[in-house]
Design a protein around this ligand. Sequence first.
Ligand code: TXA
Ligand code: MG
Length: 342
Amino acid sequence: MAENARLETKLISVDPLSPSLREIQLAAKLIRQGEVIAFPTETVYGLGADATNALAVRKIFEAKNRPQDNPIIVHVASIDQAKQCVVEFPPLALQLAERFWPGPLTFVLPRSEYVSSEVTKNLDTVAIRMPAHQVALSLIEQSGVPIAAPSANLSGKPSPTKAIHVMQDLNGRIPLVLDGGSTLVGVESTVISLIHDPPILLRPGGITLEELQAIIPEIVVPPDFSSDQPISPGMKYKHYSPETKLVVILDGKDKPVAQIDSIGRANGGQPLILCTNPRHRHDLMSILVGKTPKEIQANFFSSLRILDEASYDVGIFEGITFEGAGLAVMNRALKAAHDIIE
Ligand code: TXA
Ligand code: MG
């Protein structure tokens, strides 16, 4: 850690659609040398290292202060590379990969010896995905190895959707950040366990539950993610949280403006309304996070960071539907929340 804190972090721009090989090769060289670098994916920025190199993977945990028991997702550039990382790639995995890869869907499968046990800690399973981003895919190809990468934030902070967010959290801790602009999806990938039959939804994300149900109607959805049972705030430890207090108003999008503003005032200090209804006219300071669940999803994490940057005292998020992209947004919002109001 002390050693990492002295690094000079280079920030290099890359074209997100057709990155020049020169920049990618610079990053790939660092990966092959066992270093940790940040790069864009379609979901959020990742903090990547060679998934087959135990020492390199350990540096990821150090750089972001990640709890030692939290396993990391392995990113691949082809189905053949995914197959190398697992003991068995079942027909359902192939069917899902053909439909959703490259894209924001991660499978948990039995881990092969090729992947370092540092990636998955003591689990005999591994989470794998193929990102839908030219920078990420090209980086994996040029590195010649699968890349283990959690989100490139300090543990507990909102996930980074812009390179500047990565710099805010990790400047001085890693040698390189590839800046490919804003990520399009804005929340992390959907994680499902294919170890279980029927498969289990482990984390809602960029691929919606409805899209998955079209292929796996029997997928098991733990009660925490079901729309008719609002999630309790993360009691064990806070995730994705701004420093600023965040209040989530369930269905706030459809509640009267006066009610939302009075909740904002009741919290004291300078509130910022994270508005999700373009027809709302607030008396208090507000920003429109987005007009549709997809747009709100794309902007959600960066709107949490605005709360801290501008030193507001409280953020009031107008909760949205639990359907479609709303499920991932509300999952992140409720995990980040200090207070939830029905
Ligand atoms: O979109 C994403 O998934 C981003 C980008 C960078 O690809 N990555 C990401 O990684 O969100 P991370 O580390 O922040 O989240 C990984 C999630 C965690 O919830 C972790 O517990 C779960 O995947 N996970 C990883 N390996 C697992 C395994 N073997 N079994 C069960 N869950 C696993
Ligand atoms: Mg994360």
